[in-house]
Design a protein around this ligand. Structure first.
Ligand code: HEM
Length: 233
């Protein structure tokens, strides 16, 4: 009986595998990904880059993907108003998977910060910012600024004590930008009231920052593809 169910399970798995291969081959042949995949297969990872410190950029990326996916879930339940923000965050724990999604989002944010700082340290120590990787470094610096902006705007969303401190600190440091044309339009909310600050932080957190982040990530990866990984120390 056990043998029978084992063989039907292996039949099912190999059937699924066959379907997956067919779908993948169909997508690859129709989309022109063939050339790209062929080129990727030929690229060898240099031996020195097998060291885990060369994976920190990848770890940052995976943590960002987790943040994006859990963030999408949370966005459906969070209400960005002064009166409802705190309550809606508490209510997220009452829906199925809500507590886990909230916790994973917050842990992934911590992991992103640790990984991105270690990744920056690694590329600095190995001198990977030097010619010809100036644009890789520059796009990295922009990604670093965007990541910290994610964290700071994220701190404002729960409208708790930490949100008040973050808002006050930011408006003290950046409040003056409201008088600067263009920048004032994007950051003017910092100097406004609690609701204005919450609305500004929310829209930056869920639209401008993800869009900017995606754009610079694509550029960062394009540059890494173009120049490859820098040589050993
Ligand atoms: C969203 C954040 C980031 C992601 C997802 C990311 C991802 C990656 C990945 C996957 C690599 C390939 C090698 C590795 O993993 O070490 C890499 C390389 C590189 N990254 Fe980042 N990165 C980010 C932020 C940064 C920052 C903040 C800097 C610097 C300020 C930076 C500068 C570089 C440079 C110079 C390289 C080339 C390294 C080499 O050739 O040895 N990156 N990045």
């Amino acid at each position: 009986m056990a043998e029978e169910s084992e063989s039907s399970m292996s039949k099912l798995l190999s059937g699924l595998g066959g379907i997956f291969t067919k779908v993948r081959d169909w997508i690859v042949s129709r989309s022109g990904l063939e050339d790209f995949m062929g080129e990727t297969k030929q690229k060898k990872v240099p031996k020195h880059a097998l060291n885990p410190v060369y994976c920190l950029g990848g770890v940052t990326f995976v943590a960002l993907v987790v943040l994006g996916l859990t963030g999408l879930y949370l966005a459906g339940l969070y209400r960005p108003t002064v009166l409802e923000a705190q309550q809606s965050i508490q209510q997220i724990s009452d829906v199925p998977f809500g507590f886990y999604m909230k916790s994973i989002h917050s842990w992934a944010a911590n992991l992103t910060i640790i990984a991105i700082l270690l990744h920056t340290l690694r590329v600095f120590i190995t001198g990977s910012y030097k010619k010809p990787r100036e644009f890789t470094w520059l796009s990295g610096v922009i990604l670093l600024v965007l990541t910290f902006s994610f964290v700071l705007t994220g701190y404002i969303l729960p409208m708790d004590e930490r949100a008040d401190v973050t808002r006050e600190t930011l408006s003290g440091v950046l409040g003056g930008v409201k008088d600067i044309p263009l920048l004032g339009d994007v950051f003017g909310w910092l100097a406004g009231g609690a609701q204005e600050a919450l609305t500004g932080a929310y829209w930056l957190h869920v639209t401008l920052l993800p869009l900017g982040g995606a754009l610079f990530l694509v550029f960062h990866f394009y540059m890494i593809r173009k120049h490859g990984i820098s040589g050993p120390l």
